[in-house]
Design a protein. Structure first.
Length: 277
């Protein structure tokens, strides 16, 4: 007696339920922590038997057959290649397709490799990793790209995300951090470590303008918080005359003549920065 089972893959948090119906017989098998389950065509042709193994064995095989995500890495540091390979040898969920030294080399191999996720160094010779995002998405708009760099720099992070990066990691990258980011990326579509998130938040909470020096920006930050010249001097461990010198330079750059004018101009500049972000 033959039946055509119907399969439902129910994703609910970390649980997948696979249900088979047929001839008033209802089998239900639940497995936790499996994502990306593939259905094989041959499963649709299962025949019913009083021996439940006829159905359950292929079902178990179906559940265990999870989609392995293909990973391509672009890193111009040859010394770390063997470390990446070791990481992925011990993980069955992700398949390392290759390690490339440039964006161009991966693009040349794209027709063969077809990666699901690219882990890319942001600062590369030739086409940078960030500029490479445009080329990657031309190949596959559904790609996810995890950017990495030694630089925990807001401008670099901002540029990466504006151009479509799905995540950002600070080097050096440990095995646990790498796979935690990949798992998060796979489940939620974005991976953002605490250090990177803190850098982004700090950049919005701290006033910084390109036109001013580092010391001038420090003084501006305190000035806008209501600090007096003496309080600023004590905070920065400099003399009040040094603070006055920097503030006069700030006035010149802002083309103003008073503290109230300077604060108003700085507020306008801050709003322009936020609108451009």
């Amino acid at each position: 007696m033959g039946v055509t089972p119907i399969f439902e893959v129910k994703l609910n948090g970390t649980v997948i339920a696979i249900v088979v119906y047929g001839n008033a017989t209802h089998f239900s098998l639940v497995y936790p922590n499996f994502n990306n389950v593939e259905q094989d065509d041959h499963v649709q042709n299962l025949t019913y038997s009083k021996n439940y193994a006829t159905v359950l064995i292929p079902l178990i095989f179906l559940i265990m057959k999870t989609t392995t995500l293909k990973i391509a890495i672009i890193d111009n540091d040859d010394a770390i290649g063997s470390i990446y390979k070791q990481y992925f040898q011990e993980n069955e969920q992700y398949e390392l397709l290759g390690i490339y030294s440039s964006v161009h080399k991966l693009l040349s191999d794209f027709g063969r490799s077809h990666p699901d996720i690219i882990i890319c160094e942001a600062m590369l010779n030739g086409i940078s990793g960030i500029d490479g995002l445009e080329y990657f998405y031309r190949k596959n708009k559904d790609l996810k790209v995890l950017m990495m760099s030694h630089k925990n720099d807001f401008k670099l992070i901002k540029e990466a995300f504006k151009k479509g990066a799905s995540g950002y990691l600070i080097k050096p990258i440990t095995k646990d951090r790498l796979f935690s980011a990949l798992d998060t990326l796979n489940q939620h579509g974005i991976a953002l470590e605490l250090d990177v998130a803190k850098k982004i938040i700090d950049s919005f909470q701290t006033k910084s303008f390109d036109v001013f020096s580092k010391k001038e920006n420090e003084i501006i930050e305190l000035l806008t918080q209501g600090f007096t010249y003496k309080m600023i001097a004590d905070k920065l461990f400099v003399t009040p005359s040094a603070v006055n010198f920097h503030i006069q330079n700030i006035y010149v750059k802002l083309n103003v003549n008073s503290k109230s004018e300077a604060l108003r101009k700085l507020k306008e500049m801050e709003m322009q920065q936020l609108n451009a972000a």
